[in-house]
Write a protein that binds this ligand. Sequence first.
Ligand code: PMP
Length: 404
Amino acid sequence: MFNAQNIRKDFPILSRKVNGKPLVYFDNAATSQTPQQVIDAIVDYYSNYNANIHRGVHTLSQEATDLYEQARQKIQTHFGAKFSHEIILTSGTTHSINLVANGFSSLLKKGDEIIVSALEHHSNIVPWQMLCERTGAILKVIPMNEEGELVMPVFDDLLSENTKLVFVNHISNALGTINPIEYIIEKAHQVGAAVLIDGAQACPHIKPDVQALDVDFYVASAHKMCGPTGVGMLYGKEAWLNKLPPYQGGGEMIAEVTFEKTTYADLPHKFEAGTPNIAGGIVFGAAIDYMNSIGFDTIATYENELLNYATEKLLAIEGLKIYGTSKNKTSLISFNLESIHPYDVGTILDKLGIAVRTGHHCAQPIMDFYCIPGTVRASFSFYNTKEEIDALVEGVKKAKMMLS
Ligand code: PMP
């Protein structure tokens, strides 16, 4: 039986105080907190195995290499990839997207079309705009509606034989909407387009199966799922990864180098130039183990309970509006108090020890759609509690009183 109070004991940071009050951490969509098991894995690596990988004959190097490659296999199993060499370890979602966008520079021509969605994080917009500038390809956008859902009939109309790529996030970081990616993948494939799904916000809540989805690329960051910052993954179908040219040149990614010609290493090393974040990669594996030890079904059920509880309590506050009201959403609430700037609400909540995110959440087009400068975003994780939501609700009421 899931017990959040027991789970909280795994997270040392949750017992600290902020501004003299117990920390209430509701900024999980920005980064998740780190359990002791993952902290221990970092300490264990630096205490016992620290060495450069893939090139040493000495024992430490081989042990570190084994741990790193075991982590890659864990990531492969978790995301359902067919081969471990389809998993490229990167510095995070942003790096993964840029790697793919850069690779497509040589595969696109003027007039080709790329489709993104109105619900994207800037990191799933800007690299494609840069790609369009380099290649002359055209960027098209699936619009959103008032509920914060994608308007799928327009997506159907946007698709054509000119569509080469489609990029959509699995879950919106600003509104929490879960997008219909199965439909998007199927439809895009019917016109021969490749699909990249940005799973940065999905990976803390859902265990995706890239083979069942038949997705071409799937990207995520470890720090959103109880792992460390500075490490993430790119899943790519083997055939696509073989087709794309390397992103960065350097050590580790070569087969042979002469001044006349360099040949590249096989997957996954072709895309992993230089010394990687070795500890980060290994500990990404530990974070996946931790999340799976709780179980994604358990996580989803509990977080949904928190979402419903918080939605009801927050909506009872007069003048509070929630943005993103899809029935299909994860445990995240973006809201504003009438005539009050989100930054001011966030500042008062911080004084009460409550960490929320305020602003445009790197998704300015969504804010433009609603004609607002930003929102207050409270994002819940499995280690949060209803008592913490009560504290948030009281804090918002207090902010309203002080700022009205
Ligand atoms: N996409 C989405 C949907 C995100 O929420 C984030 C992180 N806020 C990113 C991409 C970028 O992730 P990272 O900063 O870890 O590269």
